[in-house]
Ligand binder design. Structure first.
Ligand code: ASP
Length: 327
């Protein structure tokens, strides 16, 4: 008995999983996921997407190295992706069934669980900045349609004519898919900054061919976007109706918080477990408080990039090794 308790303590300590290596900073971003056929991408297409992802990653990396806060970084990176017509957000947004662009975006600060979102807007150049404005300046979390636009325009956000969002590629996509299922896409970024703060931002044109007034998971806090310093930051992309019903982003955070599992395991359980027998096709990016990054998908591709302070980084499109651990 004399030796039993010390022995038990030693045994229990030996069974404890070691703490993951703490990163100074880490970042992940996505430009949408879906069932992509790699043979339909030309070498030029792949280069263009990879360059766009790399450029956005560099912006985020430079800012994090300069001690910019995670919340600033995710907005900065998502603005860059919104301005790139390659992605279904901002400039490159898809059209709804009746030929409108209705954009959604959300941002969340893991320091204090502050969040802001806009939905169904068609005249705000960078919806992610309007979401941040709602978070910072209003007593609300989510503003929609004309009310969101009015609030943004009254508070110095850059407004555009709705024709700004017209791109021939997305218009033709709508024409082709009016009789078929829609196509996915979205942009997002999650980051851990040097002060240990987590943040998430997501922005989208929504689902191609969607009904007028449809809102997806992106601006619904806990569905497509979530951040909590105690757990992780998550940004999702995929068939939004399922991401709402499974409260995907918050579910991943809750698994980390209540079950004590890693963010990699949590993302896998949700995206490739709970969602796998549904039409909830897509993926998530997440980073936890240690800077562990996960890029999990249940589709054949996700435009994505990540980096951390240990010098690891990757830009990828098609599905291969989805999980990246920092140690
Ligand atoms: N989740 C987005 C939506 O449902 C679309 C996407 O990410 O592909 O609006």
């Amino acid at each position: 008995m004399r030796y039993f308790i010390p022995l038990l303590i030693i045994l229990l300590a030996a069974c404890q999983k070691p703490e993951p290596t703490q990163m100074d900073w880490a970042i992940a971003l996505h430009g949408g996921a879906g069932n992509m056929d790699s043979t339909k991408f030309s070498a030029d297409d792949i280069l263009r997407y990879e360059k766009a992802l790399q450029d956005a990653l560099e912006i985020g990396k430079d800012a994090l190295k300069d001690s910019v806060t995670a919340i600033e970084v995710v907005e900065l990176v998502v603005r860059e992706l919104e301005d790139n017509p390659l992605f279904n957000a901002g400039k490159g947004s898809v059209f709804s069934h009746d030929g409108r662009n209705e954009l959604d975006a959300a941002i969340m600060d893991g320091r204090n669980l502050n969040a802001g979102a806009v939905a169904g807007v068609g005249d705000i150049r960078n919806p992610i900045s309007a979401a941040r404005l709602v978070m910072n300046e209003s007593p609300h979390v989510l503003l929609i349609g004309k009310g969101a636009s009015l609030y943004a325009s009254q508070n110095g956000i850059e407004m555009v004519d709705s024709s700004y969002f017209y791109t021939e590629k997305r218009w033709q996509l709508l024409q082709r898919t009016l009789q078929r299922a829609g196509k996915n896409g979205t942009v997002g970024c999650v980051a851990l900054d040097k002060s240990g703060n987590l943040a998430a931002a997501t922005s989208t044109g929504g689902m191609n061919n969607k009904r007028y007034g449809r809102v997806g998971d992106v601006p619904i806090i806990g569905a497509g976007t979530y951040a909590n310093n105690a757990t992780c930051a998550v940004s999702a992309t995929g068939h939004g109706e399922y991401y709402i019903r499974f409260t995907v982003a918050h579910d991943i955070s809750a698994l980390v918080e209540y079950k004590g599992i890693s963010v990699m395991e949590a993302a896998k359980q949700v995206v490739n477990g709970k969602l796998s027998n549904t039409e909830g096709n897509g993926g998530v990016i997440a980073v936890d408080k240690y800077g562990q990054v996960v890029l999990e998908m249940n589709s054949t591709g996700m435009f994505r990039a990540w980096a951390n302070s240990a010098g690891n980084e990757e830009v990828a499109i098609f599905n291969h090794i989805p999980i990246v651990e920092s140690n």
